[in-house]
Write a protein of this length. Structure first.
Length: 338
């Protein structure tokens, strides 16, 4: 199988909403929810993608001719590449019946771990989703990041216990899920958390705690105050609040605000190539997340599809690094983008 065959196969089974576009740029599915689109007008996912395209990379091949090292160190673990598969929940609703959240996470977590990266897993109202994710992560020796929704504290406690059993090397919370319509109407209510509440949750995690869904310097400083080990600069792909800026637009200010704090910065939203990964690292991100294209990879090619996709993005990153005269990810700097 090659990556084009993965795409061709995905076209036959992705359900009514995702059009399996040559580039996943948010246009064809725009505000299609249910489906992979964005909330309201639906242009935030498009903007996420387009803002990376406005940034160019600076070529410089007057340097030592030696292999590049794309590996990333995070929380004491080494990964082959500085990108992760992002969490996607309710896949059956949004992408069709070929997978449910349990089978999706099982395939994704295993394939990512075998390929030397890790997957974030999503969460849902059905407790079996987190239970399944925890099992998949345990089987992968803890190489996965369960992403717990901001439920009420008792439910979070139960989910955190599952994460602990799984031995996951980190735990995340998509704090911005407060904007998802389905989360608003639950009893007991789920939604935003104060710094104090978040601090309690971070301590409960017992492993590095990642706050996903930060779009402002103010939010980043609050996450730091709460004891987060990392944040994900993310607008949830435009799915939780209409008319957000693109993540590429706010990334550098957030990186600068957290400089020297020890809090790691990840970013997601419209990152679609190894060149885009390079741009995000040049802007100061420690690593990136890619979400929707991994769904295409799973639906179109299962584990093999995921591995092909990881190799494709990894090879593009390695090529960009070599052409920009940089040999390890830590040495990628702002002068390397235009
Ligand atoms: C259908 C769908 C479901 C998602 N479910 C989750 C989820 O359960 N938890 C989460 O943190 N993010 C979720 N996300 C957001 C993604 O993890 C990611 O932040 C967003 O899609 C932007 O990345 P991308 O442009 O690479 O897709 C979901 C996104 C989509 C499209």
């Amino acid at each position: 199988m090659n990556y084009q065959e993965v795409i061709n196969e995905a076209k036959t089974c992705m359900g009514a909403y995702c059009k399996v576009c040559p580039v996943c740029n948010g246009r064809a599915c725009k505000n299609q929810m249910p489906g992979p689109g964005a909330k309201g007008v639906g242009d935030t996912a498009i903007r996420n993608y387009e803002k990376w395209q406005e940034i160019r990379v600076n070529m410089d091949t007057i340097c030592e001719n030696k292999p590049v090292d794309t590996s990333l160190e995070l929380f004491g673990k080494t990964f082959r590449f500085p990108f992760f598969a992002g969490p996607v929940g309710a896949v059956q609703l949004h992408y069709g019946k070929k997978y449910d959240d349990m089978t999706y996470n099982e395939v994704l977590v295993r394939a990512c771990s075998e390929a030397g990266i890790a997957a974030f897993t999503g969460d849902g109202t059905n407790p079996a989703v987190m239970e399944g994710a925890a099992k998949a992560i345990a089987k992968a020796g803890g190489a996965g990041i369960p992403t717990v929704k901001p439920w009420n504290i008792e439910t979070i406690r139960e989910k955190m216990a599952l994460c602990k059993e799984a031995g996951s090397f980190a735990v995340a919370m998509d704090i911005d899920a407060a904007g998802l319509p389905f989360l608003k109407n639950l009893t007991p209510p789920a939604g935003s958390k104060t710094v104090e509440e978040l601090r309690e949750i971070a301590q409960m995690a017992g492993v590095p705690f990642i706050v996903k869904g930060v779009m402002t310097v103010r939010g980043a400083l609050k996450a730091k105050e709460a004891g987060a080990s990392a944040i994900v600069v993310s607008n949830h792909g435009g799915r939780v609040l209409d008319q957000c800026p693109a993540t590429a637009e706010v990334l550098m200010d957030i990186v600068d605000a957290l400089d020297g704090s020890g809090v790691k910065v990840l970013v997601d939203g419209g990152i679609r190539s190894g060149v885009d990964v390079f741009k995000a690292l040049a802007m100061g991100a420690d690593a990136v997340g890619i979400a929707r294209p991994f769904v295409t990879a799973v639906y179109g090619g299962g584990e093999e599809g995921v591995k092909l996709y990881i190799e494709k993005i990894g090879a593009e990153l390695a090529d960009t690094m070599a052409m920009c005269g940089v040999h390890d990810v830590k040495s990628i700097t702002r002068e390397m983008i235009y």
